[in-house]
Design a binder for this molecule. Structure first.
Ligand SMILES: [Zn+2]
Length: 260
């Protein structure tokens, strides 16, 4: 049995704006052709957690190369970044160097984009994803090169990970979208449990209908992870946030306000 918890930590959760994505071919998000001919605007959110005196980021959003990019660009998707994580941290008087942990849900570009701004941080990432990034010639490994090859502190997470050892912030093993995909469970004193999806799902209707994107790594694991996530959400009555859903993320306060 786990040891009894020590006194509850001081915990705050900020939602950061980490980009916007215009999806011109929404059918990519269904392997059962649910969205033929449809388009949708998605958001890219990431999160800052203060645990006592320790700062952690969850996901690092679009790359800075997307600053000022047009959402009208052709193709399946177009992405735009309005302001960087560093800019938002500065509004809180938090220096980039004070981020000591980065948790990344999975290896896609819209989640790893600004990690390199925080080289001193320890990176927590699912082992299945790290293994995939270590395959030779993997283009998507570049944003995390500092941790994969450059001596940055890296913890390859297998299963769930109790980040601070007190049950307040837990990376949840939710494979399927990618081999090592994780979500995040945060236990706040006033708000209660907050459940962050990673890319377990991308928008509310897709979540409700158990939709599986055509580009997921493993359909069976994706469905099992959706089932686990929904049960956790229900059992804990968690504020459940689909990180790419514009309306869903509004359940959390608008920056610079925080949930606690
Ligand atoms: Zn994503």
């Amino acid at each position: 049995m786990p040891a009894p918890a020590a006194s509850a930590p001081s915990l705050r959760l900020w939602r950061l704006d980490c980009g916007a994505v215009q999806v011109n071919n929404l059918n990519l998000f269904s392997d059962t052709f649910a969205y033929v001919g449809q388009s949708k605007r998605l958001t890219a959110s990431c999160y800052l957690i203060r645990h006592d005196d320790t700062y952690m980021l969850w996901d690092t959003g679009l790359p800075e190369a997307s600053l000022g990019a047009s959402l009208q660009a052709p193709g399946d998707m177009a992405a735009n970044l309005s302001h960087t994580i560093k800019d938002q941290l500065s509004e809180l008087n938090v220096s980039p160097a004070s981020i000591s942990i980065i948790g990344i849900s999975h290896y896609h570009w819209d989640h790893t984009g600004q990690a390199a701004s925080f080289p001193q941080a320890k990176l927590l990432m699912g082992k299945g994803d790290v293994d995939a990034l270590r395959q030779p010639g993997t283009e998507r490994a570049k944003p995390l090169d500092h941790w994969l090859n450059g001596g940055g502190a890296l913890e390859e997470v297998t299963g769930d990970k109790d980040v601070f050892g007190d049950g307040s912030v837990i990376m949840l093993d939710l494979p399927g979208h990618t081999p090592g995909h994780h979500g995040l469970l945060v236990k706040l004193a006033k708000t209660g449990y907050v459940l962050l999806s990673g890319d377990l799902t991308h928008f509310r209707e897709n979540y409700d209908s158990d939709g599986i994107p055509s580009f997921n790594d493993d359909r069976t694991k994706s469905l099992a992870s959706l089932d686990r996530f929904k049960k956790i959400s229900k059992n804990l009555k968690a504020v459940t946030i689909i990180q790419h859903d514009v309306e869903d993320i509004a359940k959390l306060p608008t920056f610079p306000k925080f949930a606690d």
